[in-house]
Each structure stands twice: as C-alpha cells, then as structure tokens.
Design a protein around this ligand. Structure first.
Ligand code: ADP
Ligand code: MG
Length: 626
C-alpha cells in the first residue's frame, strides 16, 4: 500500500470549512441532498461516457446510490457506482483548489445574517456541506474503467488539511463515510434518513436504496437474514410523468434540484411536443438571480437528455444567452444517444427544439405579464436587464421581446420600471407619431434633463432609460407596433412648434446672439440654434440624427474605448434671463464669460464633464459678483 500524503487546503476552502464546522445551522439535513445530488451527477456522467465506451460499466449497468448507517459507530455512508474519480480529480474537485463559487459563497454568507447554508449547492461547493454534520469525512473512490489498484482514499476533519492515499478498490464509484459529530448523531437513524431522502431527493432518477429493516428471525438467531436493499425514492424522471399527476410541490422540489436553488420558482411550463420532432420540455423561471448571472462562462441552465439519458448541461445550445436564467430539462426522443458536442453545434433537430423552447419561455413570460403582474414585476426586477439583450440578439422574436420590456417614464412617478410599450402607445397624445425616450446616467439625471421640458409642457410621455445596456438596446429597437422610437436629445424633433419669438426686432436680436455664441464657442460646438424644446432652462446640447449620442460617447470612453468625439449642437432658450442678459452684453470679454458658462451648464445638465472646470468656475464667479 502506498504512503499517506498530507496536503493543505487553499485559504478559501479553509475559510469555507470553518464556516461549516462552526455554523449553528438549523437545517443540517441538506448535507444529504448535496451528497446525493453529486452521486446522481456521477451516475449521469458514467451513463453518458459509457455510450461511446461500454467497457466503463465493468459488467454492472444498473446504476444506484446506497445509503446506510451505523448507530453505534455514529456513521452515515453514501455509496454510488457512478463515474468515480482518479487521484488528480480528487485533488482538483474536492481537495486543494477552491472552486469558482467558493469566494462568492463565503461573501454571500458573510452578508446574510441568517447564514443560510442551504444555498451551498448553487455555488458549486455542495460537497463541503458534509462538514455541517461530520467531524471526519472519508471518501474512497475509483474511476470507472481504471484498474482496482487506482483507488484513492481521501480523509479530512475539515481543519485545513486532508490526507490522500492510494488503495485497492475492486468496484468503481465513490463511497463517502461521515463520522457524525456528537450533536448530529440523530442522522444515524433509519427513519430520519428515509424521510430526508424522500423530502429532497425523491425526483432523483436513479434508485436511492437503503437496507430493509431486518425482520427478526423466528428462532431468535440473527445470523440467517441477509439484509436486502430496497428503493426509497420514486426514481422516475419527473418530466416523463403526466402533468395531471404532478403536484406543485413536486414541480417545486424538482426545480430546486435542477436549478440549484433553495427558493421556489416563479413559474414553469411542462410540455410534450409531438410531431416531426418529439421532445419533452420542463422549463422554469427562477425568482432570483444566480451568483454568476453576469459571468460569461456560466454553464448552468437547461439540461439536455436523450431518452432520459443525461447528455449535457450546456446552456447556450438550448437557450440563447438572453434567456440564460431559464432552468430545466429538455428530453429529446430523436437525437442519437451518442451525440457529441460537435454534432450539436449544427443540428437541425436541436435548432427546432431550441426555437420551440424559446417560444415556450416567451409565452410563459407573456402570460405572467398578463395574469400575474406582481410576479412579472419581480421577474423584471431580477432579469429585466438580461432580457433586454434579446432585442439585439433574437431578431425573429424582437417584437415579442419588446412587448415584454418595462420602463420608467415621465408619467410613472418612480424609478420602478413597470410601464409597457403598449401602455405608452395607448397614452399617446393627439398627433403624436413616435415613442420618445431619453438615456442618461441615472434615473434622477434623466428626469432632470432640460430636454424633457417641452414634452412636459405638451403632456407627452417619455421613456426614461439609464441601465448600462440601454444605449445598445435602443440602437436595436427602432420600431414597436408600427411606431418609431426617437431620442429627445436628437436635433430634429417632429414637434410642431408655435414660433417662439414674435416681433421682427426680437428675431434680429436672437439672430445676432446666435452668431456671437457661434464665434466664441466655435471649438466646442458644431452649431448654435434656437431651441423648440426648452421651457425653463437656458440651454441644452443635442446631437444630429447621424451622430453618436453624447451619452454613448461617454460610456465608451469610460470603458476605455476610443469613441469619436462628435461636437454637439448648442440649443438656446432666447427668452431665458441668462440669454437676454448675454444678448445685451456689449463687452466682448464678459460676453465670453456668459457664453462659456451657458455651454458648461448645458454639458453638466447632460451628465457630462467640463474640460476646464477651474475656468468655468472663475467665469461663473465673475458673473455672479458683478
Ligand atoms: P458541484 O456538484 O456543484 O460541482 P460539489 O462541491 O458538490 O460541487 O462537488 C464538487 C465536485 O466533486 C463535483 O463537480 C464532482 O466533480 C466531484 N464529486 C463530488 N462527489 C462526487 C461523486 N460522488 N462521484 C464523482 N465525483 C464527485
Ligand atoms: Mg454538488
């Protein structure tokens, strides 16, 4: 037998183990759910790999998970005949190296006073939940297809290090023995284990077995009875059952399993599709965002099965990126069992399934929006920004996705995004042809923009946008229900406007003012014009229809990309006191102070920055004190 090697955990794993060991967690039974879920994954993996290499079965094809206990020794043992692990995999997966979710999980617990450890599975660190109940964990494993001499034994008390040893293991798979802490001895009990298994793991598709309670033999001798294993869970793939036979509790429990979530989903849709392509889908909308929602590499999502054999977990093949929050399973009757990732890359059956599933999800969102407004607004709050990506990504469904968007507007009265485009169209004023919007850095900045003044005056509703993705969103959204979208910061506004200035004299003064401003600000602005949109503010900046908006230029610069610097157009409100004063100013130096202060203000109101703040302040102060 080989030597025992002792290794240390990485700092993050140590921290996590400390949390486990010292938690006074009120729901310790979840350790069983996590370990059974791992055992079930291991069986799935074996079945998948064995499709192309039958030898991996080593003559034993019936996959199962067994749970046993020893009350006297205070142990609980879980054993699966799944794929198993080799030495490197043990080190990689449950040893030294912290997995990507470890840090996120520790941080989450740090914030969460309730210390809800049951979230552990979602972060990909479920194995460590063993230490909630165990003072020592012994894992022995051998990878399917390798010789008996390649077994590995891993032992740890969760205190910073573990030992590793090569052992002989004639059977493949993984066995985990938990030496329970004294205060967790209750788990070494038949009734307790069975009820926890039924509660959390009924939907696991492999049999979970426990030993039959040994019936006392008649003559009192207890040697004759060989204990028999019996199945404890239902072990039937939930999605293959008839809808009418499945209770909401069962749907919810299954969601928690496939979604790695601990809360109930918002909604689900279960469908058997028959015809040219046959498949079953069970798709869920979660009520909360996973920790890696914004991580480009996330792998969770919808699981693909072929005739109930798990094939893969890869989200993008079955759902577009903008629906990456959807969880569930799709089980195809038509794909070959030995599909490879390469085949799936371009496969007509899969394309059909994907299109159909996207329709299901959008349909589910439509009916949620229609019938359960409260749930929909919860959905929007969590995933709205992700759904917005769909407007640019999914051309075929753009109109339907646009119908699902929710906005804050000048009439909604708060930064809650809850107004649909349909409502905005329904409230359009007489003669209004377009849907107006403004994009700013924040809700407050959007609401305070001088550009909105004329719209307020005319009672026209304007969409207020400030999410990071909104520039991109609006660049892909040009029409909805036959109405065009128009930015209120664009130069050409199709608002018929009564002439603002009346007499020929005022016209002349205004013309002269415009010319003087143009001369002073030639470097900063492309043009100076009389504004049709200002009511209370002295001036604002607009961009021409072809140019990139000022907001987008700023965003790109913030992200370190070069954006072309486009000179804006300065629009002035000639009736404003500041402008009438400037117009009356004979001294050229003082006029320049006015001009630069007016331009600087307009840039600031826009959320922009001043190129020379000190100069602006000096000029403003000169005007204020004299
Ligand atoms: P997750 O299951 O989310 O990946 P866990 O912490 O529960 O995270 O498990 C970590 C990894 O350890 C698994 O991804 C798997 O590779 C490995 N593992 C755990 N239990 C088993 C098992 N019973 N058989 C084979 N591999 C396992
Ligand atoms: Mg797990």
């Amino acid at each position: 037998m080989s030597q025992v090697e002792v290794r240390g955990f990485q700092t993050e794993v140590k921290e996590l183990l400390q949390l486990m060991i010292h938690s006074l967690y009120s729901n310790p039974e979840i350790f069983l759910r996590e370990l059974i879920s791992n055992a079930s994954d291991a069986c799935d993996k074996l079945r998948f790999e064995a499709v192309s290499d039958e030898a991996l079965y080593e003559g034993e094809e019936s996959l199962r998970i067994q749970v046993s206990f020893d009350e006297k020794a205070r142990t609980v043992t879980l054993s699966d005949n799944g794929i198993g692990m080799n030495r490197d995999e043990v080190i990689e997966n449950i040893g030294t190296i912290a997995r990507s979710g470890t840090r996120a999980f520790i941080e989450k617990l740090g914030q969460d006073k309730a210390k809800d450890l049951s979230q552990i599975g979602q972060f990909g660190v479920g194995f460590y939940s063993a230490f909630i109940v165990a003072e020592e964990v012994t894992l022995t494993t051998r990878r399917a297809g390798m010789g008996a001499e390649h077994g590995v034994r891993w032992v740890s008390r969760g205190e910073g290090e573990y030992s590793l040893e090569t052992v002989d293991l004639p059977t493949r798979g993984t066995t985990i023995e938990l030496k329970l802490r004294e205060d967790q001895a209750e788990f070494a009990n038949d009734w307790r284990l069975r009820s926890v298994i039924r509660k959390y793991s009924d939907h696991i598709t492999f049999p979970i077995e426990m030993l039959k309670a040994a019936a006392p033999s008649e003559d009192g001798a207890d040697t004759a009875v060989v204990p028999e294993w019996e199945r404890v869970n239902d072990a039937k793939a939930l999605w293959t059952r008839a809808k009418s036979d499945i209770s909401d509790e069962e749907y919810t429990e299954f969601y928690k399993h496939v979604g790695h979530d601990w809360e109930a989903p918002l909604a689900w849709s279960h469908n058997k599709v028959e015809g040219k392509t046959e498949y079953t889908s069970l798709l869920y909308l979660p009520g909360r965002a996973p920790f890696d929602l914004w991580d480009r590499e996330t792998k969770q999502g919808v699981k693909l099965y072929v005739k109930r054999v798990f094939i893969m977990d890869d989200a993008d093949k079955l759902m577009p990126r903008y629906l990456r929050f959807v969880r569930g399973v799709i089980d195809s009757a038509d794909l070959p069992l030995n599909v490879s990732r390469e085949i799936l890359q371009s496969n007509r059956i899969l394309d059909t399934i994907r299109q159909g599933s996207v329709k299901r999800v959008l349909g589910m969102l439509d009916s949620l929006a229609k019938d359960e407004a409260e749930k929909y607004s919860k959905f929007w709050g969590v995933f709205g920004q992700v759904l917005k990506e769909g407007v640019g990504e999914d051309f075929a469904n753009r109109e339907q996705i646009a119908g699902l968007l929710r906005f804050a507007t000048t009439q909604s009265g708060s930064d809650d995004q809850k107004v649909s485009l349909k409502e905005v169209i329904g409230r359009m004023t007489e003669g209004q042809e377009d849907i107006y919007y403004i994009i700013a850095d924040s809700y407050a900045a959007a609401l305070a923009s001088p550009h909105l003044e004329i719209f307020r005056k005319k009672g026209i509703e304007v969409l207020l946008l400030w999410d990071r993705i909104d520039e991109w969103l609006m660049s892909h959204l040009s029409e909805f229900d036959g109405k065009k979208f128009k930015s209120v910061t664009r130069a050409e506004l199709a608002l018929d406007e009564e002439a603002q200035s009346a007499t020929p004299e005022t016209k002349e003064t205004e013309g002269a003012l415009v010319e003087r401003l143009k001369k002073v600000l030639a470097e900063q602005v492309d043009d100076v014009r009389l504004s049709k949109r200002l009511v209370d503010s002295p001036a604002c900046l607009v961009t021409s229809d072809e140019d990139m908006s000022l907001h987008l230029q700023r965003l790109l610069k913030d992200m370190g990309q070069n954006a072309p610097t486009v000179k804006p157009i300065l629009e002035i409100n000639p009736q404003h006191r500041l402008l009438t004063r400037a117009a009356a100013e004979a001294d050229d130096a003082r006029f320049e102070d006015y001009a630069r202060v007016i331009f600087g203000q307009a840039a600031l109101a826009e959320g922009g920055q001043l190129n020379n703040a000190a100069d602006f302040v000096q000029r403003m102060n000169r005007l204020l004190v004299s």
